[in-house]
Design a protein around this ligand. Structure first.
Ligand code: ZN
Length: 426
């Protein structure tokens, strides 16, 4: 099995690459196939052509910061052999790797900030071309947050829908029990984005409980998740599935495992906060970070991650080594999209839902660890607070939260669509 990352030119991150080389073998399997092998990466200053010895299915590109890179994911392609000669442009090195049996990735290390333009795929499907345009650091960072751009497919390729832009092969430990995949509702068009809504806790795990009125987190999260689902089904713009539609327990990896198996484009885990101080109130959006943004975020992660220990299931999960590769590329892209959705959620939902002033926090939350699915955890309010728990338990409050979340979801995917069609983000 000839697999892993190879470098051409002046590799900027050689040491990390060598570590990755051995590990890549553990998670990536390249299938022998006649699909388009990469035959060449021709760089003339800032114009790039990637050639293949067979037809490819499609491709997309995105930018990464620190260090600055361009990543190209090429569907229906295999790693190949090619030489790279650095030119006068902003490309310092070119590397390649096999993401999974059907997708090759080419990474261009940038010596200066640049954005992508003129992404095109040849009509015969055997080459891709694009150009790089030097930009300021600030502009580069804002482009990084915008996610992927697809290469325009040749006309006859449009007949083959590519639902998933790409996937990465990651071993997910076997679930404690077989979990049936939930029904997908909403838009009938399978090309529409899919959102998975996760009602936190459930079954023998009640989550947080209000000591005075007995309201339980697992009940309000389910009611809110169902209200969001209903709202999305009604507007019909996206597809939606719930990880649970009744009072049952799921371990954390089963929750994001469902999102990954369904090929979700967005994962939203619904929770309600709790604090000793019953005055604490308001909603918070959490996105994944290995470093908590503050002590409160660290405590929240400890509490939410405990859901698994209740079941006595060891979900040690990914080794640190495997995680480090994923964070390096795919997960970092997901984290950027997640953070941008967190801001959008506050903007769209604030008219309906009271947020805390520091509404976006970071924490190492197990349920957000799907490397390839943008994910957020929405603490919709404090169940320990009298007013919040009344709001979260009421039909009116649940409808308001659902309206805000649904609006954010629709704006999020409308933006992505506009970028894909090249009508925005230029
Ligand atoms: Zn919770």
């Amino acid at each position: 099995m000839k697999i892993g990352w190879t470098a051409n030119g002046r590799a900027l991150h050689k040491q990390r690459m060598f570590q990755s080389l051995a590990l890549a073998g553990m998670i990536i399997a390249a299938a022998p196939g006649s699909a388009g092998g990469i035959a060449g990466v021709d760089v003339r200053d800032d114009d790039v052509v990637v050639r293949f010895d067979g037809r490819i299915d499609g491709a997309s590109a995105f930018l990464l910061d620190a260090p600055r890179r361009v990543a190209l994911d090429i569907d229906g392609a295999q790693m190949g052999r090619f030489q790279f000669a650095p030119g006068k442009g902003s490309i310092a090195a070119v590397r390649q790797g096999q993401l999974n049996s059907g997708t090759a990735r080419v990474v261009l290390d940038l010596s200066s900030p640049a954005t992508l333009g003129n992404l095109q795929m040849a009509p015969d499907g055997k080459s891709l071309s694009f150009s790089l345009q030097g930009v300021s650091d600030t502009r580069f960072r804002s482009e990084v947050g915008k996610g992927r751009t697809r290469f325009d497919a040749p006309v006859d390729m449009a007949a083959r829908p590519q639902k998933r832009i790409h996937s990465i092969t990651v071993p997910i430990p076997a679930a404690a029990r077989g979990v049936a995949l939930p029904a997908v509702e909403g838009a009938h068009d399978g090309a529409r984005p899919l959102v998975v809504i996760d009602a936190g806790h459930g079954g023998h795990d009640p989550g947080a409980i209000n000591k005075d009125n007995g309201k339980r987190e697992k009940d309000v999260t389910l009611a809110i998740a169902q209200a969001i689902r209903d709202q999305l089904v009604k507007s019909g713009r996206v597809r939606v599935a719930l990880t649970r539609d009744d009072d049952k327990f799921l371990v954390l990896q089963e929750r994001y495992g469902i999102a990954r198996k369904l090929g979700a484009d967005l994962f939203i885990s619904i929770h309600a906060d709790a604090a000793e101080n019953t005055e604490a109130h308001g909603a918070t959006v959490y996105t994944l970070s290995e470093t908590a943004s503050d002590r409160e975020a660290a405590r929240l992660a400890a509490r939410e991650n405990k859901a698994d220990i209740i079941n006595g299931v060891n979900l040690g999960g990914q080794s640190g080594d495997v995680s480090s590769i994923l964070i390096d590329l795919t997960q970092r892209e997901s984290m950027n999209i997640s953070a941008s959705f967190a801001r959008l959620l506050q903007r769209e939902a604030a008219p309906y839902v009271p947020f805390r002033s520091a509404y976006h926090r970071f924490a190492s939350l197990m349920v957000l660890k799907a490397p390839d699915t943008p994910s957020i955890l929405f603490e919709t309010g404090y169940i320990s607070n009298e007013a919040d728990s009344a709001f979260l338990s009421s039909r009116d409050g649940q409808q308001k939260i659902a309206r805000g979340v649904a609006r954010a979801i629709e704006v999020h995917f409308a933006r992505k669509l506009a970028m894909r069609d090249g009508t925005a983000g230029g």
